[in-house]
Design a protein around this ligand. Structure first.
Ligand code: HEC
Length: 321
């Protein structure tokens, strides 16, 4: 027989174990669900970000192609007529005769109604000061200079605290005729020298990569939306997680831990020969029910061993008291 001094130890051990099961189970479920929620939130952000970038890429490409088509039209159809009509070869009217001026001024008009985009003919040493490449653009131009086969480059860049998707295409001096205006400054049209001076935008060489056409598409708003929806998903996940944990807690309390405490109490009582007529029989078919009925059989066996009879006990049947 187990001495009474051991009972409190058993009780404590059982209590600790009972707390342990619930705490362990809830901890595992919480950690796994939290990880899953973070993974889902992160994946949602990455997917939204990817689709925002794909959207920016297709818009940027469309704008780029339209600008290039317009410039091609100028070079192919308008420029020959202009050259024919302006018979005084010393004349140079930038808005009429330079493709790059036409592109820039045309885009400025477009930008008046269309926000969220930027177009720049970023150049290392430009005639028009606003075309001067910034540090990031200089890196892109360097990239095109050292990778002559590269036809475009794209990425994400921060400008003035705003996030942009950018697409870049190189500008190379492929024709000698370019150098009429960008070579020796003394040889450039007089009117060009008057407007742009003779300091910058000259002494370019054939085959030099002098700049890059840049299209910027703002993605700040799209990224903020992606972030907001990912956070929404994350907090919804956390909400579901809390409800789930609460339900699991209630279930463990009523369905597992409570019955185990009662059964351990019964087993303890049996071990010290107390309440031997209190039935622990259970109708439940689950593991707890099986355990309860085993403990009840143990109680009946102890009763038999001790040659005790309980009131209302029918032979072969569990006692009902
Ligand atoms: C008739 C003179 C002339 C010719 C020829 C010419 N350009 Fe220009 N180019 C200009 C002027 C003027 C500007 C200034 C643009 C502005 O005001 O935005 C310019 C601007 C540019 C720019 C933008 C950077 C800057 O300097 O402001 C690039 C790049 C450029 N030209 C490249 C070329 C290339 C490549 C060729 C040959 C295919 C060429 N140019 C032929 C006159 C010319």
């Amino acid at each position: 027989m187990i001495g009474c001094c051991d009972c409190s130890l058993i009780n404590d051990a059982l209590l600790e174990e009972e707390m342990g099961i619930r705490a362990k189970f809830i901890t595992i479920i919480s950690v796994l669900s939290l990880l899953a929620t973070i993974a889902i939130g992160y994946t949602s952000y990455m997917l939204s970000r990817q689709s925002a970038l794909a959207d920016a890429r297709s818009k940027g490409e469309m704008l780029f192609n339209y600008i290039e088509a317009s410039a091609k039209f100028f070079g192919k159809y308008q420029k020959p007529i202009i050259d024919e009509l302006v018979t005084d070869k010393s004349r140079f009217i930038p808005e009429l005769m330079s493709r790059f001026v036409v592109k820039r001024m045309e885009y400025d008009l477009f930008a008046e109604t269309q926000k969220g985009y930027q177009f720049k003919q970023a150049t290392l040493d430009p005639l028009w000061p606003d075309n001067k490449a910034d540090v990031e653009e200089q890196k892109i131009i360097q990239y095109f200079a050292s990778n002559p086969s590269a036809k475009d480059k794209e990425g994400i860049i921060e400008r003035g605290g705003e996030q942009f998707f950018y697409a870049a295409r190189p500008v190379k001096i492929e024709k000698d005729s370019c150098l009429n205006c960008h070579g020796d400054p003394g040889m450039a049209p007089k009117e060009q020298q008057d407007v742009y001076g003779t300091e910058h935008g000259y002494n370019w060489k054939l085959n030099d990569t002098v700049g890059a056409s840049m299209i910027y598409v703002s993605i700040t708003h799209a990224l903020a939306t992606a972030q907001a929806s990912a956070l929404k998903i994350f907090f919804m996940g956390i909400g579901c997680l809390l409800v789930t944990i609460f339900c699991i807690w209630i279930f463990l309390d009523r369905g597992v831990v409570g019955p185990i405490i009662r059964l351990s109490e019964t087993a303890k009582n049996i071990s010290i020969g107390k309440n031997l007529c209190d039935s622990a029989h259970s109708e439940a078919k689950d593991e707890i029910g099986v355990l309860a009925n085993s403990i009840d059989r143990l109680r009946i066996s102890v009763n038999k061993l001790l040659k005790r009879t309980c009131p209302n006990q029918k032979p072969g049947e569990p006692d009902k008291e």
